[in-house]
Design a protein around this ligand. Sequence first.
Ligand SMILES: O=C(O)CNC(=O)[C@H](CS)NC(=O)CCC(=O)C(=O)O
Length: 290
Amino acid sequence: MTDTHKLNSSPRKVAAIQINSLTDIEHNLQQIETLLADAQQQGVRLALIPEMFATLDGKQYPAIAADDALYQRIAGWGKRFNLWLIAGAYPLPCPPDADGKRDPRVRSACLVFDDQGELQARYDKIHLFDVDVDDAQGSYRESDHFAPGDQPVVVDTPVGKVGLAICYDLRFPQLFMQLRAQGAEIISLPAAFTYTTGAAHWQPLLRARAIEQQCYVIAANQCGWHDDPGQPQRRQTWGHSQIIDPWGEVLSEASDQPGLVIATLEPQQQADIRQRMPVFQHQRLPPGVR
Ligand SMILES: O=C(O)CNC(=O)[C@H](CS)NC(=O)CCC(=O)C(=O)O
């Protein structure tokens, strides 16, 4: 380790990586590897990459879910770049149900690897984006490809306890209350948030979750136009990956281009906020019911 590395390094430096995933998987992986090398140079301890970073082309999901070499390459990034990696979301097979049967769809799985490349946690996206948006694509039916998960997950990491959520989950505050109840200090949100809904809702929702749960929020989004086969100008995502502190202040924010956002977490500041304004202890109502 060089002296410059030591100077740059903080035990609580985190990064959100923003990319533009195309149907060319190798292109996507190389974008990420370049940015992870940059993050390593800057002493980042934990990095988050977006939802469906390997490709946003639904037809490729079953093959990816079965591709062990690809999985091993991603798992290897933690060790190669000497950081904890939250691999946004990635298609993986559904676990078998009680009768041993499997849903033939995949799950949208967020994978947490440590700096030795060991899998430390897996969270499967609970809320699926079956929504009509006023954009060029118009209709999103995530449940055509994906089956939902059902378990909120918090994982202990060297930068703090991280509650895992994915993209559309952002609109369901009950999940974040649950993550805080399970000890979350940081919320991780990989996304492929659409341009239209992102322009309207992305930052206000991220800030709301940070303020309500008094958590850091690390949000890594896709950006730009995605080249759905035959329809290159159909799907566009919002970018604006960001890191927000537990008071709701945006510490660092990306534009609409691929890149890296970095911030240093300050647990003492978070502890002060939670002590001075103990909203968690002041709750008087149970979580909403349907
Ligand atoms: O389906 C895939 O191919 C990969 N998954 C996604 O891109 C998912 C489902 S379409 N995107 C979102 O959840 C966007 C949510 C969003 O934009 C909002 O809540 O406004």
